[in-house]
Design a protein around this ligand. Structure first.
Ligand code: CA2
Length: 142
């Protein structure tokens, strides 16, 4: 079992700004937490982050050639705008889970639109970093 964990724009800033919304822990802390959980479950995991939409599309396509069994994606603000990410996820036909650290439903109206949710098998919102662990468990069928 191999998973891709893909984070979109500004998630590399975790712990540096807006701790009231996204918490005090850093992107490196997030990766370490997911890696420890995957090691525990015997799951191979690849981590990618980019601030660029095209890079994220490339990483999704690469998951097909890397024979990934699942994609965990927090598309950041591209959640609310990107048909390209939706099309890429549709194209690779790899089961995906959409994760949002914050509860997007209780924030601005524009955050309540998600193109990625049209293909994601599950969307987890507002569970903080723990949402990524829940997504791993869902994809591995734990
Ligand atoms: O709640 C989430 O995980 C989001 O995907 C985060 C995105 C936001 O655009 C989505 O609506 C919801 C933004 C990520 C920005 O992350 C930052 C972290 C620390 C400091 C500044 C931004």
């Amino acid at each position: 079992m191999k998973l891709l964990v893909l984070n979109g724009p500004n998630l590399n800033m975790l712990g540096i700004r807006e701790p009231d919304i996204y918490g005090k822990s850093t992107y490196a802390d997030l990766i370490a937490m997911i890696k420890a959980h995957c090691d525990d479950k015997g799951v191979e995991v690849i981590f990618k982050q980019s601030n660029h939409e095209g890079d994220l599309v490339d990483f999704i396509q690469q998951a097909l050639f890397d024979k990934c069994d699942g994609i965990l994606i927090n598309p950041g603000a591209y959640t609310h705008t990107s048909v390209a990410l939706l099309d890429a996820l549709k194209a690779v036909q790899i089961p995906s889970v959409e994760v949002h650290i914050s509860d997007v439903d209780s924030r601005e109206e524009f955050r309540q639109i998600s193109y990625v949710s049209l293909i994601a098998a599950k969307t987890i919102k507002g569970h903080g970093f723990e949402g990524y662990i829940e997504a791993v468990d869902y994809l591995i069928g734990a």
